[in-house]
Design a protein around this ligand. Structure first.
Ligand code: SAH
Length: 395
């Protein structure tokens, strides 16, 4: 049967502008009793079809998959959507390069597939569901993925134990849906990385910093680099290839420090320029001597996971950046980021500006950074823009 959700009068406006979410408060009544994750058709208060998508209990009630009534959410649908995503990555030169097999194939709303993330690491795809619907459809999606990618991938690892709403009683288990290789070395712009999709954060790697790491490489020559919040050591490895004189990586997690050492060793075995420390960022920045580093990366975890945490988050960014401004060598370059979706570009820039002002140093913005093209923002869903970065020259 077809489930139908009827909107309250006027609540169709955002859908007319192709925004892909229907909030629960916008719904007047429901016809039928959809289970979480099933597809419902959405109608205006005047009973006109407007969209269809995955049903879920929560503030976002429907995640839109199609604005066309005739489009069925079936095997053909998944294959079509994944094909578009793959073709886009190939046409912009991110997929299919001999020196790069690490990229995001599907970026949720950015690829018109709300709730679905797929990252490609060499011959393995790591798939993550953030909605009940994508979880229920995982086998069909995996099937479509195998068809679209052909012999480009042998393995599909499903990793949704921590990304699904626990109230939905879905009991997702992490594991391979196809294949099952332990070969986890992938290449990003010619550099090799161990990807820990089993235990690592997100899908195992922060694919979204690729272009920003490549930019850092251009500034690394002869510099002393501090990579704060290093996780897998991505920025460190690029800094080393860029000719840094010294690279220090810091993360509070001992596991991250191990991963960083492994990845540095994979690319630059026995290179004495690198040392990694397991320590809290604030403690390290507090105790380190001024003028030790002339290139500092600050890429902290999302300080604000929700809107209500915004004030504390901004304070965190101010404190962190103020320490870097205070200690960086004259003529130093600071790469500073925020990946909190709740923190706007302006909020972040104001926090960094305020931090700079407390030290009184002359600071120039060299670059304003964001997420890369394989993490596209759906123009109808501006909330999809989440990564913000500034590259600053500190006199
Ligand atoms: N820059 C990384 C991604 C950083 S993710 C990359 O390019 O891949 C954020 C990291 O910050 C995580 O590895 C986490 O362990 C670390 N972290 C969280 N809180 C921290 C703290 N207080 N001090 C130092 N590291 C911290």
């Amino acid at each position: 049967m077809t489930y139908k959700a009827y909107l309250k009068p006027g609540k169709e406006e955002s859908l007319k502008r192709f925004h892909p979410w229907v909030f629960s408060g916008a719904i007047a009544r429901l016809e039928g009793k959809p289970q979480e994750g099933e597809v419902v058709d959405v109608y205006t208060s005047k009973s006109e079809f407007i969209a269809k998508g995955h049903w879920q209990i929560g503030s976002i009630a429907v995640r839109v998959l199609s604005f066309r009534q005739s489009e069925e959410i079936d095997a053909r649908f998944w294959k079509h959507k994944l094909q578009i995503a793959y073709d886009m990555r190939r046409s912009i030169g991110i997929a299919g390069r001999p020196d790069n097999n690490t990229y995001r194939l599907v970026h949720g709303e950015g690829d018109n597939l709300p709730g679905l993330i797929i990252d490609i690491y060499a011959h393995t795809a790591v798939m993550q569901a953030h909605s009940a619907g994508m979880h229920l459809d995982r086998m069909a999606i995996a099937e479509a993925l195998s068809e679209v990618m052909g012999d480009q991938i042998d393995n599909i690892y499903y990793k949704s134990e921590t990304t699904l709403p626990f109230k939905a009683d879905l009991y997702p288990e992490n594991g391979f849906l196809h294949g099952g290789s332990n070969d986890n070395i992938a290449t990003e712009y010619g550099l090799k990385f161990h990807i820990d999709w089993l235990k690592g954060q997100k899908t195992g790697f922060f694919v979204d910093q690729r272009e920003n790491r490549a930019l850092l490489e251009r500034y690394a020559k002869g510099r002393s680099v501090l990579n704060m919040f290093c996780y897998t050591g991505g920025f460190s490895v690029y800094a080393m290839r860029g000719g840094a004189g010294l690279v220090h990586s810091v993360d509070s997690s001992a596991k991250a420090v191990d991963l960083t050492n492994q990845n540095v060793g994979l690319n630059f075995p026995g290179d004495s320029r690198h040392t990694a420390y397991a320590e809290d960022a604030f403690k390290y920045l507090e105790r380190m001597d001024s003028d030790t580093y002339d290139l500092i990366v600050l890429d902290p975890p999302a300080f604000a996971k929700h809107r209500d945490a915004l004030r504390n988050a901004l304070q965190g960014y101010r404190k962190l950046n103020a320490k870097a401004f205070e200690k960086i060598k004259p003529g130093g370059i600071l790469f500073t980021f925020s990946c909190s979706q709740a923190v706007s570009k302006d909020n972040f820039r104001t926090a960094v500006f305020t931090a700079a002002a407390t030290t009184g140093r002359n600071v120039r913005i060299l670059h304003q950074l964001t997420q890369p093209a394989d993490h596209p923002v759906n123009i109808y869903h501006p909330e999809g823009e989440y990564l913000k970065g500034l590259v600053l020259y500190v006199e």
